[in-house]
Design a protein around this ligand. Structure first.
Ligand SMILES: Cc1cc2nc3c(=O)[nH]c(=O)nc-3n(C[C@H](O)[C@H](O)[C@H](O)COP(=O)(O)O)c2cc1C
Ligand code: SF4
Length: 519
């Protein structure tokens, strides 16, 4: 009897023993004289169940979760005897409620396919978007992306199609596609999951972007903390080149396009697009003043599309299924789906892709299952280190760019970090300022100096020194950073600080002045 088992190669699964589980299963099968084929996939994103492995059966894949190497013998024994009562059996994968509730458009293949096999990608509807793109041509590709309503998933939510149109219309002997895979936001890992679990979808998205704007060269800028993603991308790029999906005459068309991986040296600010371009050019990651926009003068001074991994990875399904299909999901001006990442002190941490419009409360309480510590949820920080802290009172906020902005928050890259009632929000506010001080590129004064002064002022408030005056100073400082900083690192740091002060004044030892005034 032969067994076919799918085991994630994803860094999150490997960190909790997926490689050892694979080895133990291989040995257990060999000991019984059974043939076992182990396919290494990406993760399905149910991280609290990793290593989660899947057995191929005539009725589809059956999941088993929280597997340790010591479970290998009993698992193989159960599988060979066709018993379906192993205590770690979770049932048919597609029926697991956490997965069933999702709308996986960008992540449709993640955890399903072998990320190193171009054939597997093609078998699972891969490269259909590119095929459509080649029949449409540049202008109509851009029209589709504009009409889909896709907005940048890296943080700012800028319409992707409009950005592409600007680059398409820009003049230049050379244009570039740059994929921002720096993924520095706290609690985020969706870019990493795509690169490790379905790298061809990113390659396909970048190729479509290249055809749309007339670029022949692309770069994927990956943070150095992602060695598994770097390896997966390199393997996929090699396979794509060998398979004719990259290089001269991509997919037998008249277009040429190739992609290189570049590894960053580890700085949050290198995720900021102009700083990233500096870094790609081999310089220190310092933010550039805008204008000129990267779309006009980007990498090496040439017109450049710079997009987040998720923005680019969402393009193939848009081209394949059509703009109308994609924009049918979502609410308001937030169209399509968002791969939301649940992290921090949460019971069910992982990747949950769903249409925009779901509320923060549903995500934290229902899908996330509350805190891992089983204590009450007190706050959630959404959108990375520059995102606001939302108290429970704001948990009715729908996941939508405008709804979050209306409450002085941002959805950013879709990361949610959950905190229980033991969190000290004054410390969190201090941390936001300290983070900014450490990560500041130093180019502008409000951020470079303001963040350091901010830490000092918060320390004085925490110590109870002249609270009223120091709260006023902090408010003034926050306004200076907000309106005087060159980029969003200095400009958005006030949001976590002010939200902590506004919603959790008790942690600062006194009611902030502006709250007293409002009473
Ligand atoms: C300090 C800072 C860090 C950022 N980090 C990232 C990042 O890690 N990944 C990312 O895609 N965008 C990041 N951004 C946003 C980028 O500047 C840019 O908006 C994005 O790459 C554009 O792609 P999109 O339109 O597809 O979102 C960051 C912005 C700032 C100000
Ligand atoms: S806000 Fe901070 S990170 Fe941004 S340009 Fe100014 S100093 Fe650099």
């Amino acid at each position: 009897m032969s067994l076919r088992v799918f085991i994630p190669r994803d860094a999150g699964a490997v960190a909790v023993g997926a490689d050892e589980v694979a080895t133990a299963l291989q040995r257990a099968a060999e000991r019984r004289g059974a043939v076992i084929e182990i396919v290494r996939t990406g993760s399905r994103g149910l991280y609290w169940l990793e290593p989660m492995i899947e057995l191929a059966t005539p009725a589809g894949r059956v999941a088993h979760g929280l597997i340790a190497p010591g479970d290998a013998e009993s698992l193989v024994e159960a599988w060979l005897s066709a018993a379906d009562n192993h205590p770690l059996r979770l049932g048919p994968v597609e029926e697991i409620p956490w997965l069933k509730r999702q709308t996986r458009l960008t992540f449709a293949r993640c955890g399903v396919v072998d990320p190193r096999s171009l054939d597997d990608y093609r078998t699972h509807e891969g490269y259909r978007g590119l095929a459509t793109a080649l029949t449409l041509g540049p202008e109509r590709i851009i029209e589709e992306v504009v009409n889909s309503g896709l907005r940048g998933r890296g943080g700012a939510g800028f319409p992707t199609g409009i950005k592409w149109r600007t680059v398409a219309q820009a003049q230049g002997p050379q244009k570039y596609i740059v994929c921002n895979a720096d993924e520095g936001d706290s609690g985020t890992f969706a870019d990493r999951m795509i690169m490790e679990g379905d790298p061809f979808v990113l390659i396909e998205g970048m190729t479509i972007a290249a055809i749309a704007v007339g670029a022949t060269k692309g770069y994927v800028y990956i943070r150095s903390e992602y060695p598994h993603a770097v390896a997966a991308m390199e393997a996929a790029l090699g396979a794509a080149r060998r398979g004719g999906a990259l290089g001269r005459h991509v997919a037998d068309s008249s277009y040429d396009f190739d992609i290189e991986v570049r590894v960053g040296a580890g700085a949050y600010v290198c995720g900021e697009e102009t700083s990233l371009l500096e870094s790609l050019e081999g310089k220190r990651g310092v933010v550039r003043a805008k204008p000129p926009l990267p779309a006009h003068k980007g990498l090496f001074g040439r017109p450049t599309v710079i997009n987040n991994v998720l923005s680019l990875a969402s393009v193939p399904v848009i081209l394949d299924r059509g703009a109308a299909f994609y924009r049918d999901f979502g609410m308001g001006r937030s169209r399509g789906t968002m791969p939301i990442q649940l992290a921090g002190n949460v019971k069910h941490g992982g990747l949950f892709e769903t249409a925009f419009g779901i509320t923060l409360g549903e995500l934290v309480d229902d899908i996330g299952g509350g805190t891992a510590s089983d204590r009450p949820v007190r706050a959630a920080q959404v959108g990375g280190p520059l995102g606001a802290y939302f108290p429970r009172a704001l948990f009715d906020t729908p996941f939508d760019y405008e709804a979050f902005a209306a409450r002085d928050g941002l959805i950013g890259h879709g990361g949610i970090v959950v905190f229980d009632d033991t969190v000290d929000m004054a410390k969190q506010a201090r941390f936001a300022m300290e983070f900014c001080a450490i990560e500041s590129c130093g180019k502008c004064t409000p951020c470079r100096i303001g963040s350091t002064r901010g830490v000092e002022v918060i320390d004085r408030i925490i110590r109870g020194e002249d609270r009223t005056t120091n709260l006023e100073v902090l408010e003034d400082l926050c306004n200076t950073m907000k309106f005087g900083s060159l980029c969003a690192l200095g400009g958005f740091t006030p949001y976590p600080v002010s939200s902590a002060l506004t919603h959790f004044p008790e942690d600062f030892g006194a009611t902030p002045k502006h709250l007293v005034a409002a009473e």
